[in-house]
Design a protein around this ligand. Structure first.
Ligand code: NAD
Length: 536
């Protein structure tokens, strides 16, 4: 507070020709109120949660200078994120000078209650700043401080996210998912090409298993195999069946059998090239082989890019229900090359948007507005727009996964739209409705039920209906009997005792988990019929 972060960062951004981002202003815009009002109203914990999310979004772009709020580095995950993705510059100003600068202005700032408050904060926060790449004596005019930083950056020849960043051509963003067991990068780009070989070379040892499906293999398999051959390691190629109706344990066991019979080693990675079905199956193969081998996700559908490739949930369907056999097996790398979308059929692209709207509704109001303002840009595959959509979804999902990597609590919010969604998908017969289409229908169902339960803002269902329709997604389904839905609901993983755990949304960006007795299934189905979600 008072160190001159915003002024110096703005000047530095101008000198570097980069975009300036002031984190406190972003937070104020998100809440539509000034910082003191956020502390007084929604409270400090809401402020910090939004700050962490916006910080993540801000620093994952290579072309920015970001001024952080003084308390943003209290959060260890934010400090780890800065260390891994950004050049972190600390402005040092002696305490008496800070006290002089703030003077009367301090009275309006949160956490500034009495004359000693600044000294207490100064001492408390000192230890959080020790991870900075550079510390600058900032007891000088802002223009001089910015010029000094520029000089320092020009002389900095370290590899990484600084000025001399040697990113692969086509690179758009790298998002780090930090986990206690190590974490991984999500690399996003377009036409990334051969640089994948370098990254895979660093993952494990020995042969590489490349798993793809019978649609993606003929389109991209050869070119992808030649990239992997660039590692100089032996390549085993496995082609699995494509489609939700084939997502069972049998192809997984076949692949595991062949790899083990060939003497698979514990350090030898499995690389998945395909959509969510293939990624989930290949991940299960990787988790089963020798109790877990390294794993790389190379998603080729929009759905897999924005959702399924991140987070380590892998598995297959069982006759009793969807995704009932599985494991948590986090990837070592997620490599998103948007060029794969060029061959993706339109219907599959739209299905991916079902999960995009879900993510936006859960945690990214700006993304929701972007889609509402220009749905045609994503349908027409505007490259910049699609890249931003994918980046924002990955940032959101990475944050949720970091907070709860094994879905013990908060991560369950990602199941928004999956209660009725999974049930209509199974009841219609796998492959009839695409997964993302079923999620779109299920999202409307969760919103309508949320309104009926007094949790959801009553304006939300129609707002999201309008958006989903503009994106070419279904918001209702016909010809599914109540009996088949009841059977499908009974096989839902989200049943806890006699309750089903629903994800509701109070407002955009405010999800909540609510358990409702499964005995009320009949009344839910009635409501869904009344709202036109289930049609005869
Ligand atoms: N693990 C998770 O966290 C998670 C999250 C969300 C969804 N999922 C799962 O993801 C699955 C849905 O994934 P999906 O929508 O990617 O479906 P999908 O994997 O079935 O892919 C859709 C179709 O497109 C084909 N395809 C893939 N990439 C292509 C390309 N670039 N060009 C042309 N054709 C291509 C596939 O062969 C398939 O026929 C569901 O089974 C769902 O349960 C998992």
């Amino acid at each position: 507070m008072g160190a001159g972060k915003s002024t110096v960062a703005e000047r530095l951004a101008r000198l570097l020709g980069r975009t300036f981002v002031d984190l406190d202003s972003e937070i104020e815009a998100a809440f539509a109120m000034p910082v003191p009002a956020i502390f007084a109203g929604p409270g400090e914990s809401q402020f910090r949660a939004t700050e962490a999310l916006l910080l993540r979004q801000a620093v994952c772009r290579p072309d920015r200078v970001v001024a952080l709020g003084g308390g943003s580095l209290i959060d260890p995950a934010s400090r780890a994120l800065l260390s891994s993705t950004a050049l972190w510059i600390q402005l040092d100003v002696p305490l008496p000078e800070l006290q002089r600068r703030i003077g009367e202005r301090g009275a309006g700032r949160p956490l500034w209650g009495h004359p000693d408050a600044l000294q207490t904060l100064f001492e408390e926060r000192e230890s959080f700043y020790c991870g900075a790449d550079f510390r600058i004596d900032a007891d000088a005019p802002p223009g001089d401080v910015a010029a000094e930083i520029l000089e320092l950056l020009e002389g900095d020849d370290r590899e990484g996210p600084g000025l001399d960043s040697t990113m692969e051509p086509g690179h758009i963003a790298t998002i780090r998912v930090d986990l206690p067991e190590g974490g991984y990068d999500i690399v996003i780009g377009s036409g990334l090409g051969a640089s994948l070989a370098e990254r895979v070379t660093a993952i494990g040892q020995g042969p590489i298993a490349m798993l793809t499906d019978w649609n993606v293999g003929p389109l991209h398999g050869e070119q992808f195999a030649s990239v992997l051959e660039g590692t100089g390691r032996r390549l085993e190629r496995e082609v699995l069946p494509a489609g939700e109706e084939k997502k069972g344990i049998a192809p997984v066991v076949d692949a595991v059998d062949r790899l083990l019979d060939g003497g698979w080693q514990r350090t030898a990675p499995v690389v998945a090239l395909g959509g969510g079905v293939l990624g989930d199956m290949a991940g299960l193969v990787a988790s089963l082989l020798l109790r877990g081998v390294p794993f790389v996700q190379v998603p080729t559908t929009l759905l897999a890019m924005v959702d399924s490739s991140v987070g380590g949930k892998v598995g297959v369907n069982h006759r009793s229900g969807k995704n009932l056999l599985g494991a948590f097996h986090h990837p070592d790398l997620v490599w998103i090359d948007l060029a794969y979308l060029d061959t993706l059929p339109d219907r599959e692209l739209r299905a991916g948007l079902g999960e995009v709207v879900k993510s936006a509704l859960l945690g990214d109001p700006t993304l929701l507005e972007m889609l509402e303002d220009a749905p045609h840009r994503v349908l027409e595959r505007d490259p910049q727009f699609v890249a931003e959509v994918v980046r924002r979804c990955c940032v959101f999902k990475a944050g949720v996964v970091e907070a709860d990597r094994h879905e013990a609590g908060w991560r369950k919010v990602l199941n928004l739209g999956h209660s009725l969604g999974h049930s209509v998908e199974a009841a219609a017969g796998y492959g009839t409705l695409l997964h993302g289409e079923a999620v779109a229908i299920g999202t409307i169902a969760a919103l309508e039920l949320g309104v009926a339960e007094g949790v959801t803002n009553p304006r939300l269902p129609n707002r999201i209906r309008t958006l989903l329709r503009a994106l070419g997604l279904p918001t209702s389904v016909s010809g599914i009997s109540a009996e088949s839905l009841a059977t499908a609901f009974a096989g839902d993983k989200k049943i806890l005792g006699s309750d089903l755990s629903w994800v509701f949304v109070e407002e955009v960006g405010r999800p909540t988990l609510v358990e409702i007795p499964l005995a009320r299934l009949g009344s839910w189905l009635e409501l869904f019929q009344k709202c036109g979600i289930l049609r005869p």
